[in-house]
Structure formats: structure tokens, C-alpha cells
Design a protein around this ligand. Structure first.
Ligand code: NIG
Ligand code: FE
Length: 413
């Protein structure tokens, strides 16, 4: 057992996703007491907890959090962190005026990572994946959504997903797997996208039978997969038992990806840099989570997703890194927070909401994680600052000091 005391707790309450004004409705307990085993046993005013749980506290490991900020473990609900090779040269090409899609068209982009990932051994992917998880842990991330999609054939996609399964077993962070073979079109499938998707649905069936992925995802974009093909693919995948996600409205204006994602029943619609008015309206009337990825917009030097408009229109907004070898080789949560507050005009309370309970909803884990309440999994982060305001004020500084996962200290800085 662990007893955390002193310090200021900031958490949302309940399992439901928060929208509009609810995203600022954070619950604060100053001088808090939190008693945890694998799950949270009790949380409240320190004085109350200490009179009620005398014996348990006397036996517990004690962590003094006086003057510190306590948050639910952060959830990175959109990553592509398993990949072979790097694409550093693409960043400088983009800085000189090349676009992401034009690099992709001439064989770079995702297809370059596919080649490197196919060549990588299980062990290579496992080792690099493990060290990336270690870096995430040090920023207070306790759960990670992880996409395949650099294999694009049965064996390589299964290899990626098996690596994730083993990492989930061996590393303290929890991984939620997404099958994303519909990530790119290889030259041999140009003009035969639907055939490729049908083949990948066969793989999806096997992946589901082996219980290797909970979600399925597709890159709906000009030159990649059309809105019509995406709808077909996701609707078929739903019948196989998948929960749905889609990369939509990232690069092209008026493509209709967001509308498609809501209509087919996606749990989340991700990116949304170019989301239309109609897309926003549809989202606001649905439970689909708008997962925004500011680090990608930053790295691509694109305009940010209209976070303010989405929140003010009552959409459910989550934030994630999108960490991947191409469009966003960055997973800095401190930088993400800075971008969300400074450029997307989100309040820090909304940002915390977007990285905790709303992110939990984006991966369907809201019953277990995302808030600090009795009965929830004891995933807790202690930041070395007295209030959440410092997370913006100390721009891009990593304040994370202690990380507790399922009641165990997994990091102390
Ligand atoms: O979310 N847009 C598609 N997928 C990733 C990029 C992957 C890559 O460039 O390797 C994204 O931005
Ligand atoms: Fe992505």
C-alpha cells in the first residue's frame, strides 16, 4: 500500500467524457490524502483520511507530496511508437517546402517506414519500443494507445502487434493496441485500394481471433483512402468486433473524413486540422471523441485544429502525441501542453481533462482509469510544482517527479 499526503489533487470525477464547460470543471482537493493498493482505496481531505485509515496508513509506504500537484496518470491515446528506422531527412525536406503528401507520393513517408519495419526483427522493435516507453513513463504517461501500420502485410502487421503484446506484458505501462494496416497504399496497390482493404479485413479477422487489437484505424486522406472506402472498411471491421478510430481531415480541406467517422460510429476521430463546420456539428451531437494532435501540426508547420471552436460547440476533446517516425517524431507532453494552451487557446484545466478522462474515453478505458476516485486503478502522477498553472508557466518543462502505476512506484525523478 502507498499513502500520498499533502499536495494538491486535480481530478475530474465520474467515467463520462466531458464536453463544453464540463471540460473546465476540475475537482481540487488541497492537502489531500490518497491511500492506494492496486486500486484507489480512499481519497479525500488528509485529515479525514488519516482519522479513518490509521492502521492502513501506519503500514503503508508514505509519499510526502506537500506543495506538489497530483494528477491522474496521463493517457497518450494516439501513438505509432513501434517502427523500424527513422526519416530525419524528411523534416529538412519539409522545411525547404516539400509537403508531407508529396514526399509520400514519391515513396518516402509511411512507405519508407514500412520497408524499415519489415526489415526489423522482433527484437529490434521490442528494444526500441521498450526504451520509448521508458521515456513516456518519465513524463507521467501511464497508458498508451499503440497502432500497427508499418507492416501492411499479414506477417509484418502481426509482428508489430506481437511486439506490443509482449511490451504490454513486460513493461509497467498499459498498451491498448490498434490494428492500422489501412495506413498507406503501397505502389503495387495503387488504384486497387479496395482490394487491399479487403485483404486487410482478412488479416483483421485473424488479429481479432488472436486478441491482438481492440481498435481498428484508417488514414482517410486524399491520395490514401477515400471516404467511401474508409466507410466500407470500418463498417466491415465493426462486424468483426472492432471499436473504430479514423485519421481524418489532417491535410485536405473539405474531404469529409470527420463526417464519415461520426456516421460509421468511430469512438474517436483524430487530427481534425481541416475539419469542416458540418464535421464539427456532427461531432458535437455524437459521442465520438475529437482527438487533437498539436505536436503533429507543430512539426508539419500546419495550422492547429480548432480546439476552441470544438470545445465551445460541445464536442468531447482529447489530446495525444501522435508519436511516429514521420509527421511527428516528438512525444513531449510538456511541449504538447504548451502548444495546446498557447496556440490552441485551451485552458490548462481543459488540457488536463483532454489528457485524462477524455483520453480514457477515447480508448474505452474510462471505467478503470482517467480520474482519481475510489475504486479506480491507482495510476497517479506527482508533478514537482504547486499548481497546474505551472504546467503552462514553466513552458515545456517536465515537472513529472513520481509516477505510480497500479499502486507501484514505477518512476522517481
Ligand atoms: O497520424 N497520418 C497518418 N499517420 C501518421 C503519420 C505516420 C508517418 O508519417 O509515419 C499521423 O500523422
Ligand atoms: Fe496518427
Amino acid at each position: 500500500m502507498i499513502y500520498i499526503y499533502g499536495g494538491n489533487l486535480y481530478t475530474f470525477l465520474g467515467n463520462e467524457a466531458k464536453r463544453g464547460k464540463e471540460m473546465s470543471d476540475i475537482n481540487i482537493i488541497e492537502d489531500v490524502g490518497i491511500l492506494v493498493a492496486e486500486k484507489i482505496i480512499a481519497v479525500g481531505k488528509r485529515q479525514d483520511i488519516e482519522t479513518q485509515y490509521i492502521k492502513e496508513i501506519s503500514e503503508a509506504i508514505k509519499i510526502d507530496a506537500t506543495n506538489k500537484t497530483i494528477l491522474p496518470g496521463l493517457i497518450d491515446c494516439h501513438t505509432h511508437f513501434i517502427f523500424g528506422g527513422y526519416r530525419a531527412e524528411e523534416f529538412s525536406w519539409r522545411l525547404k517546402g516539400d509537403s508531407y503528401l508529396s514526399i509520400m507520393e514519391r515513396g518516402g513517408g509511411i512507405n519508407a517506414s514500412v520497408k524499415a519495419t519489415r526489415e526489423a526483427s522482433f527484437n529490434d522493435l521490442y528494444e526500441s519500443g521498450y526504451s520509448r516507453l521508458e521515456k513516456m513513463k518519465k513524463m507521467g504517461i501511464t497508458t498508451v494507445e499503440s497502432k500497427s501500420g508499418y507492416g501492411l502485410d499479414r506477417d509484418s502487421e502481426l509482428k508489430m502487434l506481437e511486439v506490443m503484446k509482449k511490451l504490454n506484458e513486460d513493461h509497467p505501462l498499459d498498451l491498448i493496441n490498434t490494428f492500422m494496416a489501412a495506413h498507406s497504399v503501397l505502389p503495387e496497390y495503387k488504384g486497387k485500394e479496395k482490394q487491399f482493404l479487403k485483404e486487410m479485413l482478412e488479416v483483421a479477422k485473424e488479429v481479432k481471433e488472436k486478441d491482438l487489437a481492440y481498435f481498428i484505424d484508417i488514414f482517410t486522406e486524399k491520395g490514401v483512402f477515400s471516404v467511401e472506402d474508409s466507410y466500407f472498411y470500418l463498417a466491415e471491421a465493426k462486424k468483426l468486433g472492432y471499436k473504430l478510430k479514423a485519421h481524418v481531415d489532417e491535410m485536405s480541406e473539405g474531404f469529409g473524413g470527420c463526417e464519415m467517422a461520426v456516421e460509421v460510429g468511430c469512438v474517436s476521430a483524430d487530427h481534425l486540422l481541416k475539419v469542416s463546420e458540418k464535421g464539427i456539428e456532427k461531432l458535437s451531437k455524437s459521442d465520438t471523441v475529437a482527438t487533437l494532435l498539436p505536436l503533429t501540426a507543430f512539426c508539419l508547420a500546419e495550422e492547429y485544429a480548432p480546439a476552441r471552436k470544438l470545445i465551445d460547440s460541445d464536442c468531447v476533446v482529447a489530446l495525444a502525441s501522435d508519436y511516429n517516425p514521420g509527421s511527428c517524431h516528438c512525444n513531449s507532453i510538456p511541449l504538447l501542453i504548451a502548444l495546446a494552451c498557447i496556440y490552441m487557446k485551451m485552458d490548462i484545466k481543459e488540457v488536463i481533462c483532454a489528457l485524462t478522462i477524455n483520453a480514457a474515453n477515447a480508448i474505452c478505458r474510462q471505467e478503470a482509469i482517467g480520474t482519481i476516485e475510489k475504486g479506480k486503478q491507482a495510476d497517479i502522477v506527482i508533478m514537482d510544482c504547486p499548481s497546474i498553472d505551472y504546467l503552462v508557466y514553466g513552458t515545456a518543462n517536465n515537472y513529472c517527479q513520481t509516477v505510480i502505476k497500479k499502486g507501484e512506484v514505477i518512476y522517481r525523478g
